[in-house]
Write a new protein. Structure first.
Length: 142
């Protein structure tokens, strides 16, 4: 029997990051989590149980247009964590633009901003910026 389904596609998403226009975001990873392994010794065997989860860093790539400057958008402010930690929302969209998946990344901040290379011989590719984001935890809303 045929079961109809509509797969999610990689090109239908919008990411909301305070201070960075959504249309500058070229590529992104979805959140991932890794769990510690706890080893329990018992007589002559070992048992394993799941430990704490740690959310992995997330990488996104931005276009770097002349106006608004992508480079200026990512060189934010330091100080108290309230200044630089923000919530990020990732919406995966369906074929008609409806939200079919939503992630909220809590306490997100930029760990690394790579402004990448320039190349006299490359006239086709736009300049871009690669960001590595760290966040406290993620919530899959739906």
């Amino acid at each position: 029997m045929f079961t109809p389904f509509e797969p999610k596609t990689k090109n239908r998403y919008i990411i909301y990051i305070e201070g960075i226009p959504a249309y500058l975001i070229k590529t992104a990873n979805r959140p991932s989590i890794a769990f510690e392994t706890i080893e329990l010794d018992h007589i002559n065997v070992k048992r394993y149980v799941k430990g704490k989860g740690a959310w992995e860093e997330l990488e996104i790539t931005l276009y770097d247009p002349i106006v608004p400057s992508g480079a200026q958008a990512v060189t934010g402010r330091d100080g108290y964590s309230d200044f630089y930690k923000k919530d990020v929302t990732i919406n995966v969209l369906g074929p008609v633009g409806d939200k079919v998946e939503e992630w909220t990344l809590k306490g997100t901040w930029i760990v690394n901003a790579n402004f990448n290379d320039l190349d006299w011989s490359n006239t086709a590719d736009p300049a871009d910026i690669t960001l590595t984001l760290r966040y406290d935890y993620a919530i899959l809303q739906f």
